[in-house]
Design a protein around this ligand. Structure first.
Ligand code: PA5
Length: 324
């Protein structure tokens, strides 16, 4: 049962949300369950030296999720690429996945072409565009008409399928069923964060969730946000904290012994009292997606509090247009 305040905020959001981002975020668990079968549509990359996953923005976050998870579950690396070119060491023994919702993102297409030239086996995950046209053999087509960042479940499922074929054992349907409705909590976060610049911190499996929160704050709420991860931030960023007026901090935590002790030490040594929000999650795929789902809602409520429509990303589109 949601609070009346959350229902009122949902109504306020509806007035701004002309393209229906709220519906997509609400359907995140449903999208995940419905797209679970896409995990079975991927070729078998067994025997590869590693998996390179190229994608930008909303299409690139899945690579980060899988890189972190697969450090524990696979014997080969998952290597995200958010750029035009792939690392020099990538040869025909690597499996290459291009993820672009539109299928027209030039960096992803450039990386994809380079992987083909190197002789990699390739897979495209897309709703169409040039990418689908260039890769007729291995394509997982996802439904069109969704903003790329809201199609994370559809874009992620085939990546999970690749990991499962390489020996992991992720159950997308079980994860989808475990996701709860985080709206009341999300509204509390949004109210606390309104008017400050959020610094979002995670560690381990949750680092990509911290990155996703930042990206969703940028794109949905049209506001600055920054992210970092433990333990690294305790060797640099903490020195900026004593003069951190105007910033707030979100800690995405999970039960990871030594990291937790480090978070506690950082709080005691550096984080200003009262400016830190926290949320805890299980480790693993369920935890990172639960953290992402919460952050997606927080970004929508921040959009509502700021009076902006969450869907349009006119600056991103404008840059693409200038370069086309
Ligand atoms: O969320 C968005 O709209 C962007 O971050 C896009 O995902 C990004 O520009 C890349 O485009 P595409 O997802 O079509 O490859």
């Amino acid at each position: 049962m949601r609070s009346m305040e959350t229902d009122r905020m949902d109504d306020a959001l509806e007035g701004l949300d002309e393209s229906g981002m709220r519906t997509h975020v609400e359907r995140f668990p449903q999208y995940l369950a419905e797209s679970a079968h896409l995990a079975n549509r991927v070729p078998d990359p067994s025997g590869c030296d590693g998996v390179v996953v190229a994608g930008m923005g909303g299409s690139g976050i899945g690579a980060e999720v899988m890189k972190n998870l697969c450090r524990e579950s696979l014997d080969v690396p998952v290597i995200p690429v958010h750029d035009y070119s792939i690392p020099r060491f990538v040869d025909e023994d690597y499996f290459f996945v291009a993820v672009s919702y539109s299928g027209n993102t030039e960096e992803t297409i450039s990386a994809f072409r380079e992987a083909r030239e190197r002789g990699c086996e390739t897979l495209a995950i897309t709703s169409g565009g040039k990418l689908a046209a260039e890769e007729p053999e291995h394509v997982v087509e996802v439904p069109d008409g969704i903003p790329p960042r809201a199609a994370l479940p559809q874009l992620l499922s085939p990546l999970v399928g690749v990991a499962n074929r390489l020996g992991a054992d992720y159950d997308l349907e079980a994860v989808a069923a475990s996701l709860d409705d985080p709206r009341d909590r999300a509204l509390g976060f949004a109210r606390e964060l309104e008017g400050s610049v959020p610094l979002i911190y995670g560690y381990g499996d949750l680092s990509p969730a911290a990155y996703r929160w930042k990206c969703q704050f940028n794109e949905n709420a049209k506001t600055h946000a920054f992210w970092n991860y433990f333990p690294e931030l305790t060797h640099n960023e903490v020195e900026g904290w004593p003069s951190a007026d105007g910033f707030s901090c979100v800690l995405l935590r999970s039960d990871d012994g030594r990291q937790e002790e480090r978070v506690g030490a950082a709080k005691e040594a550096a984080l200003p009292e009262g400016s830190t929000l926290e949320a805890s999650f299980e480790p693993g795929l369920g935890g990172v997606l639960s953290a992402i789902h919460l952050g997606d809602w927080v970004s929508l409520y921040l959009a509502a509090l700021r009076g902006v429509d969450p869907t349009p990303v006119s600056t991103i589109e404008g840059i693409k247009e200038l370069l086309s």
